[in-house]
Ligand binder design. Structure first.
Ligand SMILES: Cc1cc2nc3c(=O)[nH]c(=O)nc-3n(C[C@H](O)[C@H](O)[C@H](O)COP(=O)(O)OP(=O)(O)OC[C@H]3O[C@@H](n4cnc5c(N)ncnc54)[C@H](O)[C@@H]3O)c2cc1C
Length: 387
């Protein structure tokens, strides 16, 4: 929602057309990742998607798209073959490698700035049944668990995409009492490939500790894609901070554990993603508007609470945590994880691609019609603002 603007609600545009022979899918912008995964599953296919099912295909793809197959098949936008776009002057354009290729470049990373995407065509991939889940350690063993994750994930083939997520299991989650009492460090992921290979490969990680609970098992990709949805329920208050990290030294682990222990809300989750060393890095940073492809870790603090009166203390805690993480933060962020808007953050997200995006904005949206977003200002607006 926004003040002094118009919200275009695309949520009724739900069509999905799968072409199993060509391994492509055409999707309208109201579709969520859970809906798309469910539709592809009977064909044994999957789209790269997000780590949860509730997010929309549109916004996630137009800004990047990190999900459980990111190391094997890249970002959601790396799998885009074409999209239809209603531009600022009302024209309907197709953007692809061969049509309006400059627009195609910009839509893949800064898409909200150039038009309204009304249809997406993606490459999709065989997935079927995958090995997915988490090894859950109590936070008192969190240091060793995260150090082990740091070593283990260096050896993983691209078939395995894995994360660390720290959270307090909700009461209805049937896990050992120690995890409810202390909170959990979940070392989790999805292996998309031969299940026997996955079983062998993940065994050292699943045995390490040992964890208080090992909830890995074979499951349909559509189930794996939505297995973390419970962590980010709808209808809550949120305050997020995110950036890439330059590394994951012991001092960062200690800082994360300390702040997790002092989080004012039990719903808050902390995520460390290892998205790299795979398909994402194989695309050049200037090949799409999405710039940051080579950082080892993507870090995300998602403060979540339900009582609006608790906003101040949750926001203060998040900011203090963020300041404490400064020594480990890269000058780079993923645009879709930024909880706030601002020119500095936009520059941080697009880095050296920023000037090319301004030139594209001058061409496709010179009056900045699409501006209530992570905004690339056209150069005329910038001049006026300076004047
Ligand atoms: C709970 C949660 C989990 C998340 N998990 C992931 C994750 O696993 N991986 C990941 O990469 N990101 C993730 N994100 C971030 C996510 O990518 C962004 O929030 C993204 O904007 C979601 O897109 P949407 O279509 O659902 O959102 P919307 O709120 O519908 O859209 C967000 C913005 O995108 C633009 N937009 C949306 N649709 C269009 C369109 N058709 N044409 C032009 N502009 C459009 C608009 O500016 C709009 O304001 C997560 C976010 C949340 C809240």
């Amino acid at each position: 929602m926004c003040d002094d603007g118009i919200v275009i609600d695309l949520s009724a545009m739900k069509s999905i057309h799968v072409d199993p022979a060509a391994r492509t899918v055409r999707v309208e912008p109201g579709v969520t990742w859970a809906e798309l995964s469910r539709e592809l599953q009977p064909f044994g296919l999957a789209a790269t998607g997000g780590f949860v099912g509730t997010t929309g295909v549109s916004g996630l793809t137009l800004g990047g798209g990190l999900g459980w197959m990111v190391r094997k098949h890249g970002l959601a936008l790396d799998n885009l073959l074409s999209l239809d776009v209603v531009s600022a002057d009302g024209s309907l354009l197709t953007a692809s490698a061969t049509q309006n290729s400059d627009l195609f470049w910009g839509m893949r990373g800064a898409g909200a700035n150039f038009g309204v995407a009304t249809s997406f065509e993606f490459k999709v991939h065989p997935a079927g049944t995958v090995l997915a889940g988490m090894a859950l350690h109590p936070t008192s063993h969190g240091r060793e668990a995260m150090r082990h994750f740091r070593e283990f994930e260096r050896t993983c083939p691209v078939e395995y995409t894995n994360n660390v997520v720290m959270f307090r299991p909700p009461a209805e989650l049937p896990v050992p009492e120690v995890l409810h009492r202390e909170g959990a460090v979940g070392i989790g992921g999805v292996y998309v490939g031969d299940l026997n290979d996955g079983e062998r490969l993940l065994r050292p990680m699943r045995d390490f500790g040992p964890p208080a609970a090992d909830i890995f098992r074979p499951m349909p990709y559509s189930e794996a894609q939505t297995m973390a949805d419970f962590l980010w329920p709808r209808g809550t208050n949120n305050y997020w901070k995110s950036s890439y990290l330059t590394g994951f030294p012991d001092e960062a682990i200690d800082t994360i554990l300390h702040f997790f222990g002092t989080a004012p809300s039990k719903r808050t989750a902390i995520v460390l993603e290892h998205d790299g060393d795979g398909a994402v890095d194989r695309v050049r940073p200037d090949e799409t508007a999405f710039r940051h492809r080579n950082w080892p870790y993507n870090f995300l603090v998602t403060a979540i609470w339900t009582n609006p009166a608790e906003a101040e203390e949750n926001i203060r805690w998040t900011r203090e945590f963020w300041d404490a993480m400064r020594p480990f933060r890269a000058d780079a962020a993923y645009v879709n994880y930024l909880g706030e808007v601002g020119d500095d953050l936009v520059r941080l997200a697009y880095g050296a691609n920023y000037d090319r995006l301004v030139a594209l904005k001058d061409k496709y949206d010179p009056t900045n019609l699409f501006r209530i977003n992570m905004n690339i200002r056209p150069s005329r607006t910038k001049l006026q603002a300076t004047a």
